[in-house]
Write a protein that binds this ligand. Sequence first.
Ligand SMILES: [Zn+2]
Length: 299
Amino acid sequence: MDTDLAPGLGLVTKSHWCYDIQAKTIKCLAPAEWGGDCQKSRQSPVDITASKTQLDPNLGQFSFSCYDKKLSRTVENNGHTVKVTLGNESRIAGGGLAGRYQATQFHLHWSKELDQGSEHSLNGERFAMEMHIVHEKEKGTSSSKEEGQDKIAVLAFLVKAGDQKNEAFQPLVNALSSISLPGMNTTVEISLKDLLPEEGKLRHYYRYFGSLTTPTCDETVVWTVFPEPIQLHREQILAFSEQLYYDNGKLKMTDNVRPLQDLGKRSVFRSGSPGQLVPLPLPTLLVCVLSCLMAGFPW
Ligand SMILES: [Zn+2]
């Protein structure tokens, strides 16, 4: 994931961080040299081996609020990925999370090789892309004992290549030609819900504690990885590698994927099998009200 905690910093610093593919042609810090917390032991992404995961009955259904609002959002090339900024109107709760979280942005990772573009892998298998919806914990909603390790909740969706066009993603694909270079931005009208697999298929997911997958790799992320993939047409996926650049038109943006990290002593948990309903505790039920209305009226 990419949180861009210091926007623009990487573009002006000589020794800025980059992906392996960039380090082949320019002087920059490749993943093995990333600073911050990046060389610590609770890092992301990881391979998830289904047979080694532990069933956790507390990992119930997610509650999504304001995920269905179709709003105009800013989409930018930030030099590492395509990032769509969200207006804090969308929220999640439930899903075994100790609190309520606001969605702040989403972005993607990809490769021109359709089996190399995801950051997480499932049973050793990588996918064409991975989408990260980044959420920050709302103040005062936490019941967590391990404060700090779950400051950020990322929902990770794997993307598979198919032969059907995914209409929900098309506005984003169309926008790519307007943001080919770092620093460029435009707007897209997008509903988060339309981008995701149908809600019934999101009851099955994996959970572990890890880090941001870009510097400074803070170990503050509670990860949710959904095995049900999003399907995009092959051409829609390849458009990202073809139309975007890391720099001023020399190196195409592709393989913006951090290598797998050791799971170490950590466990990966899995939710109940699909179809198994776990009732939501009442306080986590969300209503999409004022913030949604405000977000819908730009004045
Ligand atoms: Zn990411």
